[in-house]
Design a protein around this ligand. Structure first.
Ligand SMILES: C[S@@+](CC[C@H](N)C(=O)[O-])C[C@H]1O[C@@H](n2cnc3c(N)ncnc32)[C@H](O)[C@@H]1O
Ligand code: SF4
Length: 417
């Protein structure tokens, strides 16, 4: 974990960036994240920055696209006046919340603003997250026609009892339908799964993996259920109404996921993410189906995060926006930056963050980013089969399957804590 906190700066209302962001900018890609902070109902486990209709305190969903477009235009001005080279967006990602609660025209006009402001690179990856019950065939066709290339569905589980514990509203029978519609219009498909829900058996989890694999998606994310403070799930667990997720069961489920996905022709490229492309297949396959947007976060590239609570990073400067949609609307109406806090990472903090993020991805962490003490730790990590020996001799720290299960421990030892 970082030993020193980043230096905190006030977030200037004009968003102006320091000259330090120019350093190395040519070597960094640029991506855009657009947050859509709305959900029909809140799932019991979720602490994402999202609001149901009666939590909006006067903010209107119908006004949101206009405000987000205003921030895109504001971002265009800030980056240009910092003197950064013109970089088209190589990835665009609509996340939430539930982006697909907005009419397709709203997402399309937000994407249009990104295109008009920064341009969208040839072959860019343009993704939206979607709940399986919030899209139909016509909706997906409109997105594909407008330049979206990928959709990530929150499937979570194939088992109604597990979905009920998670308070998910969709019927699992809808998964083949929505995936079919996405495929028909040429969108790449990713499925999100959650494992380790209290009451979920290994057989339930196997059924979810089998159903996901049967859809022939291009990409699968599998997340261990995390009990976030302040959620309804945390309260239910505290009151003894629901059991605590069991770490050992979650570890078994992770191993099962990796085995089933590898067998089905997927390979891991980040601890919780697998892309189509068998082990040992040419790198090109991985590039095609891995989420390039998420890889850019782990690799320390630049991105502008639009919307309430969104985080941005440009050249070691990181900032985050006001959380509530009503506060965000006020800032955008006043023509001010929606950022509420900002920090400039010193070189040592950037190095530590690089270790934290890059050790989780398959391409691995260059040994050269470790201190002498961190390098000394590597031999023991290899002996304990947490780090791959061959990759380490080639200069890169890559987790083994056992290492992926204990990724936090490996990172602590690489940082010599
Ligand atoms: C913003 S949501 C995805 C979009 C959409 N709202 C949905 O839920 O289908 C991103 C993903 O994070 C995962 N997630 C959210 N909260 C989680 C938690 N507490 N533990 C594990 N995974 C979580 C879920 O798999 C979810 O699909
Ligand atoms: S639908 Fe997605 S973002 Fe909304 S509450 Fe559920 S998990 Fe969270």
């Amino acid at each position: 974990m970082p030993s020193a906190l980043p230096l905190a700066d006030p977030a200037p209302l004009d968003g102006v960036l320091p000259a330090s962001v120019l350093e190395g900018a040519d070597e960094r890609n640029f991506g855009v994240y657009l947050h859509v902070p709305f959900c029909r109902v809140r799932c019991g486990y979720c602490d994402f920055n999202t609001y149901t209709a009666d939590e909006l305190r006067g903010a209107k969903r119908a006004d949101y696209a206009g405000q987000a477009i205003a921030e895109v235009e504001f971002g265009g001005r800030v980056l240009a006046s910092a003197g950064l080279p013109e970089r088209q967006a190589s990835t665009v990602f609509f996340g939430g919340g539930t982006p697909t609660m907005l009419p397709a025209v709203d997402l399309i006009s937000m994407l249009g603003a990104v295109r008009a402001t920064w341009g969208i690179a040839e072959g860019a990856e343009v993704t939206t997250e979607a709940n399986p019950d919030s899209v139909d065939a016509a909706y997906l066709r409109s997105l594909a026609d407008a330049g979206f290339t990928r959709v990530s569905f929150g499937m979570q589980s194939a088992v109604p009892r597990v979905l009920a514990t998670l308070e998910r509203t969709h019927d699992p029978e809808r998964i083949p339908l929505v995936v079919g519609w996405a495929r028909d219009v040429g969108l790449q498909v990713s499925l999100d799964l959650i494992y380790g829900t209290p009451g979920e058996t290994i057989a339930d989890w196997r059924a979810s993996l089998d159903m996901a694999i049967a859809q022939a998606p291009d990409h699968v994310s599998a997340y261990a259920l995390i009990v976030e403070d302040g959620t309804k799930l945390a309260r239910q667990i505290r009151r003894g109404e629901i059991a605590t997720p069991d770490d050992d069961v979650q570890a078994d489920m992770y191993e099962l996921a990796d085995a089933r996905l590898v067998e089905a022709g997927f390979g891991w490229y980040e601890v919780s993410n697998w892309a189509r492309g068998a082990e040992g297949s040419p790198a090109l396959e991985w590039d095609r189906f891995a989420s390039r947007h998420n890889l850019a976060y782990w690799q320390g590239h630049d991105w502008w995060g639009i919307g309430p609570g969104a985080h941005s990073h440009v050249g070691g400067v990181r900032w985050w926006n006001v959380k509530h949609p009503a506060a965000y609307a006020e800032r955008m109406l006043a023509g001010q930056s929606p950022a509420t806090g900002r920090e400039t990472l010193d070189p040592e903090t950037r190095r530590i963050e690089g270790v934290l993020l890059r050790s989780r991805i398959r391409e691995g962490l260059p040994v050269s980013t470790l201190t002498a003490a961190g390098r000394t730790a590597v031999a023991a990590l290899i002996a304990e089969e947490l780090v791959d020996a061959r990759a380490a001799f080639g200069g890169s720290i890559q987790l083994t399957l056992k290492g992926r299960l204990l990724a936090d421990l490996v990172v602590r030892r690489l940082l010599d804590e």
